[in-house]
Design a protein around this ligand. Structure first.
Ligand code: FAD
Length: 249
């Protein structure tokens, strides 16, 4: 699909967690933004004179059924240029140009009988939220879905209410969380399993033996992705074809 530039207006900004915001962009014009769950757009942000230094990519966090208002969930990185703009200057009504959609981090056409394991940290949950909403809305047949989410503290769990609800309502959906810096985890405070540590221990324990109909989707920053790819390929023996990832940086 050819890339196209769109103008959009920031229509809403909300704090999602400490240092994380949800942004809604209203696409201008009548043409819908047709995208696949898991894809991203590249925004041209007012952060540099040189065009290429202004571009930052962000995964679309909503389902493809919403084609005029797009949601993004963005973390503030210390010293980051886009972070400074998005957290200190950006306001409702600001214009943001973006191009896209782009990316191959999408679901296969046929999910029948497939067991999907989504592993992410922080805002790496964005493409999975889109995929899960898409699967649910279109009632796509799937074997099972397991969302494994990692962050430092309880308050950093993004879309917690939403995934907690899905955990109760969606058949064969599992939601597991790893908190790396929480001093004490009170299991009674959660309706889903929470471990102290990293996402790695969750999938290593849950899927220790390679199975042909299991696919791992990984999203986040290189520290997590590098370790996960190494664990899955080398320690557990999964094949490359069973692992797909979206690297944020
Ligand atoms: C396909 C794709 C999709 C993406 N989707 C999202 C998304 O949905 N949400 C989202 O929040 N981000 C997403 N990103 C990352 C995003 O594009 C930017 O890289 C990010 O917002 C940082 O931009 P910045 O201008 O603030 O930082 P820059 O100025 O580009 O980065 C430099 C600064 O960031 C800091 N930094 C760099 N890497 C790290 C790291 N791993 N941990 C901590 N600090 C670091 C450095 O200290 C440095 O000061 C995505 C990236 C890609 C490639």
């Amino acid at each position: 699909m050819a890339w196209k530039w769109y103008d959009s207006l920031i229509s809403r900004i909300e704090e999602a967690a400490p240092g994380v915001r949800r942004f809604w962009l209203e696409v201008q014009g009548d043409e819908p933004l047709v995208f696949k769950a898991g894809q991203f757009v590249t925004m041209d942000l007012p952060i540099h004179e040189k065009r290429l230094k202004r571009w930052r990519s962000y995964s679309i966090a909503n389902a493809p059924s919403q084609t005029h208002v797009l949601e993004f969930v963005i973390v503030r990185l210390e010293g980051g240029a886009a972070s400074a703009y998005l957290f200190e200057q950006a306001q409702v009504g600001d214009v943001i140009r973006f191009k896209g959609p782009d990316g191959n981090f999408v679901l296969p056409d046929d999910l029948t009988g497939r067991h999907l394991v989504f592993v992410c940290t922080g805002t790496g949950v964005a493409p999975f939220r889109s995929m899960i909403q898409d699967i649910r809305e279109r009632q796509l047949p799937y074997g099972s879905l397991h969302l494994i989410y990692g962050t430092r503290y309880t308050e950093g769990i993004l879309y917690r209410d939403e995934f907690e609800r899905l955990n109760q309502e969606m058949p064969n959906f599992r939601y597991s969380v790893a908190l790396s810096r929480e001093a004490h985890i009170d299991a009674g405070a959660f309706s889903f399993p929470v471990v102290k540590g990293y996402v790695h221990q969750i999938y290593m324990e849950a899927y220790p033996t390679p199975q042909p109909n299991l696919d791992f989707y990984l999203c986040g920053w290189s520290n997590m992705i590098d370790d996960a790819v190494a664990n899955l390929l080398v320690k557990l023996g999964y094949s490359k074809q069973q692992i797909r990832y979206e690297l944020y940086g």
